[in-house]
Design a protein around this ligand. Structure first.
Ligand code: 26W
Length: 820
């Protein structure tokens, strides 16, 4: 196509074929006759990687020669998904590769299916980081992502008899074609030990940390290909390794096993991603992970800076900006202070002036249980010098507060980095705000709540520090690559610039009433639904009617996201149909994808409940296939890419004030799904863009939620006053859905009554039910629905991650593009 040619990196079908075959021979040691899909995947990837590495070298040379200021995106998670299709699209080579493989007798989609997801993240925060580095490369901005090279990413989910089982995700078992090990850039990271006080060269008191152990960090680079293929940045992920990997004395004394034990401990650091999303568990290994990758990354940055600027620290914050993706890497703040004060021997004020101009922090959640706090005792043991530095930062900060608000100890207690609870804690959020020059939330409403509820005093103290940058998603992966049919239709209508200039989608608006375009648009949706239906059949064995409404809720399982509100409503529809077989509703397939944190019992019960209700409904002949409930196991990026293009309806139903932004909401609307949602996170901005007629908004607002909680929320009132709600909750308490396990769903009922229904499921139920009726009615009007779907796609221009990144660049990072 035109769009591909205009960006294409001169490699035609013939040359591509030759390259794949040559890799089949020389890289994989096989041939065209013996190769299976996996070998074709490896060979195709190797052919692409050759181009990637060329552009990577050119990019790095260019950045080096220009001594560019760069952003360093520190994130404990990068949820990259698969890279082959994305890299081919970004090089403009997808269609060439497709044709070349076809001539070799190979189906490209079979090849793409061979790639394991890089699931080095939990959910929204990790996927946002992946979208941002895609945008940074596309926009030709000097940037590097820093994170952890987890040996095991987020667990693989199996569903056995309705319940979630976790299995390890070993994504590198057969080798990863993209990553490059850079042993020459290995770093060493100290841990444990004690701090010695002594006198430095200038006669001042100096601190020296004598670590109790040292681990090595070995970097693996993943190239990040920008759209157009010009800039290729890197994602640098650290793998931990034992530093003295063989202790000969112990070994020779017969202590082979003891000598190995220490190795194993060091290597445990990057073994596994913590699967908790929004719950801080306070685990020592997690703190070590955070410090490990922050320290390796800082050393890497400083090594590069010194190569250009020697020991002159004055330009450090001009060259380096570090974005902290939530507080997970916040320990980098005292680490930089340690390097500047203890190692470079700068005085505190000079060091602080540099450090506090280097860091910026993004907050991704308001949930109290997700706000990181580390026991002082734990820090003291693992990072004794950092604890001292944190105390010093806090001490000076308290003096600043005393000047501003003399004698106000309440204020001091609130803003202190140290929480004076029974067990003293270090508040990483407070440290991040104090140590950063900018702090942002991720959607307008979220940033407003960050200012008003989470950090109001900080906002008073530092009037322009807190700001908003609304999230975005990359349209290259989340429309162009995942939805080729819709992409082709859009390009035919408005040209090929939309992937890099998403607001051009608005040009589709004038066709929203055009019958021909409506037909074309809905035909694409229909084809995508048929493809997903096939997938559903293959995975679950269940046949679904592709004329039914495809209603999708895909996200981590969490009470605040309220999958159980969706489930209660499904049960309500089922009950209405049983009671009155002529109950008027368009047939609907409810599709879920969700992983629960392994220790989150109620979340697991909700998964179990969805599967058990699904079993019952899917096999109940009485309701004539009006409802199907599908739980697709192991929700992940590559599955999302199949589900999103096929969705008619996008469920975004969190309790108002709880979902910081959401990004799935953007991806689904971009692909023509209509949202049913609360006024929460970015839903509010989506509603603003698409207009009230093109979205189904329901439920209590942020202010109403606050008022209800203040007055004392009584879920029993809803239970006793709404007979449908009562019947539904009581139903959960029978053995109707779990005959083999009576009472298995009772705890779900209890959570909404005795448990206090903390996320206001019952308070929002009726409003949700009404919104669903309106949605059902709208769907039955084919023209109206087509118009809504088109306008959802047309009005998503704002939500490209290019726009988010541009806002960071203009208002926080102050970067210049660097054409490669
Ligand atoms: C320490 C445990 C833990 C782990 C992960 C706490 C918190 C997190 C993340 C901050 C959770 C997360 O992914 N938050 C999501 O960030 C997205 C990107 O900004 C938002 O779109 C989602 O609304 C928010 O839930």
């Amino acid at each position: 196509s035109q769009s591909e040619n205009s960006y294409s990196t001169k490699l035609d079908k013939k040359a591509f074929k030759a390259s794949v075959i040559s890799h089949l021979h020389s890289t994989l040691g096989t041939d065209e006759n013996k190769a299976d899909n996996h070998a074709w995947f490896k060979a195709t990837s190797a052919a692409i990687q050759e181009l990637v590495l060329n552009r990577l070298r050119t990019t790095q040379k260019t950045h080096y020669m220009n001594d560019t200021r760069a952003v360093h995106y520190f994130s404990a998670e990068f949820l990259m998904g698969r890279l082959l299709s994305n890299n081919m699209h970004n090089f403009g080579l997808f269609e060439t590769a497709d044709a070349a493989l076809k001539e070799l007798g190979v189906d490209i989609s079979d090849v793409l299916e061979e790639e394991p997801d890089m699931a080095l993240g939990n959910g929204g925060l990790g996927r946002l980081a992946a979208c941002f580095i895609d945008s940074l490369a596309t926009m030709e901005l000097p940037a590097i992502g820093y994170g952890i090279h987890y040996e095991n990413g987020l667990f693989r989910q199996e569903i056995k008899k309705g319940a979630q089982i976790e299995r390890p995700d070993s994504w590198r078992d057969y080798g990863n074609p993209w990553e490059i090990c850079r042993p020459e850039s290995t770093q060493e990271v100290p841990l444990y030990g004690y701090v010695e006080t002594k006198y430095g060269s200038n006669g001042n008191i100096q601190k020296e940390w004598h670590p109790g152990s040292i681990v090595k960090g070995v970097p693996w680079d993943i190239p990040v290909v920008g759209y157009g293929g010009n800039t290729v940045n890197v994602l640098r992920l650290w793998q931990s390794q034992s530093s003295s990997h063989f202790n000969w004395d112990v070994f020779n004394a017969g202590g082979y096993v003891d000598a190995q034990r220490e190795n194993i401990q060091a290597e445990t650091i990057s073994k596994v991603l913590y699967p908790n999303d929004e719950t801080e568990a306070g685990k020592e290994l997690r703190l070590i992970q955070q410090y490990f990758f922050s320290a390796c990354s800082l050393k890497d940055i400083i090594r590069r800076y010194k190569r250009a600027h020697g020991d002159d620290w004055t330009r450090f914050s001009e060259q380096v900006v570090i974005q902290l993706n939530d507080t997970h890497p916040a320990i980098a703040i005292p680490e930089l202070m340690r390097i500047l004060v203890d190692r470079a021997e700068l005085d505190w004020d000079t060091a602080w002036a540099i450090s506090s101009k280097t860091f910026a922090y993004t907050n991704h959640t308001l949930l109290p249980e997700a706000l990181e706090r580390w026991p002082v005792r734990m820090l003291e043991k693992i990072l004794p010098r950092h604890l001292e530095i944190i105390y010093e930062i806090n001490h000076r900060f308290m003096q600043e507060l005393e000047k501003k608000w003399p004698g106000d100890n309440v204020m001091k207690a609130k803003l202190s980095i140290i929480e004076e609870s029974d067990e003293k804690m270090v508040r990483m959020g407070n440290l991040s705000v104090i140590g950063s020059f900018k702090v942002n939330g991720v959607a307008q409403i979220h940033s407003k709540l960050v200012k008003e509820n989470l950090f109001p005093e900080f906002d008073q103290l530092y009037p322009n520090k807190l700001t908003n940058v609304t999230n975005g998603v990359t349209p290259r992966r989340w429309l162009k690559a995942c939805n080729p049919l819709l992409s082709a239709l859009i390009t035919k209508k408005i040209g090929d610039q939309w992937p890099v200039n998403l607001t051009q989608l608005d040009k589709l608006s004038v066709f929203a009433d055009d019958k021909t375009f409506q037909n074309q648009f809905m035909k694409v949706k229909q084809k995508n639904k048929e493809a997903l239906a096939k997938e559903i059949k293959a995975i679950t064995g269940i046949a679904v009617d592709t004329k039914a409404i495809f209603d999708v809720q895909i996200k981590r399982l969490h009470e605040y996201k309220r999958q159980h509100l969706n489930l209660l409503h499904i049960m309500a529809l089922y009950k209405r149909l049983l009671k009155d077989p002529s109950y008027d509703m368009h047939s609907r397939v409810f599709i879920f994808g969700a992983k629960a944190a392994p220790g989150y019992t109620l979340a697991k019960t909700i998964i179990y409940a969805i599967n058990k209700v699904a079993d019952k409904i899917n096999n109940d002949k009485r309701i004539n296939n009006k409802i199907k409930v599908i739980f697709l196991p192991n929700y992940r990026v590559s599955l999302a890419e199949k589900m999103i293009p096929a969705a008619d309806v996008s469920q975004q139903i969190s309790t108002a004030g709880k979902e910081a932004s959401g990004t799935g909401n953007m991806k689904l609307a971009l692909n023509g799904a209509v949202t049913i949602g609360t006024l929460d996170g970015a839903n509010i901005e989506i509603a603003e863009e698409v207009g009230a007629e093109n979205i189904f908004i329901f439920g209590k607002t942020v202010d109403e939620v606050a008022a209800i909680n203040k007055a004392g929320y009584k879920p029993y009132d809803y239970y006793y006053n709404n007979s449908e709600i009562k019947a539904l909750l009581d139903w959960l308490d029978t053995d109707y859905f779990t005959p083999e396990q009576p009472g298995a769903l009772s705890s779900l009922k209890r959570s909404m009554l005795e448990g206090g229904d903390p996320y206001l499921v019952l308070a929002d139920f009726e409003s949700y039910s009404k919104a669903n009726e309106a949605l059902d009615k709208a769907y039955k009007d084919k023209d109206r629905w087509a118009k809504m779907a088109i306008l959802n796609t047309a009005k998503m221009g704002k939500f490209t991650s290019d726009r988010s990144v541009q806002e960071y660049v203009d208002r926080i990072w102050k970067l210049d593009t660097c054409k490669v």
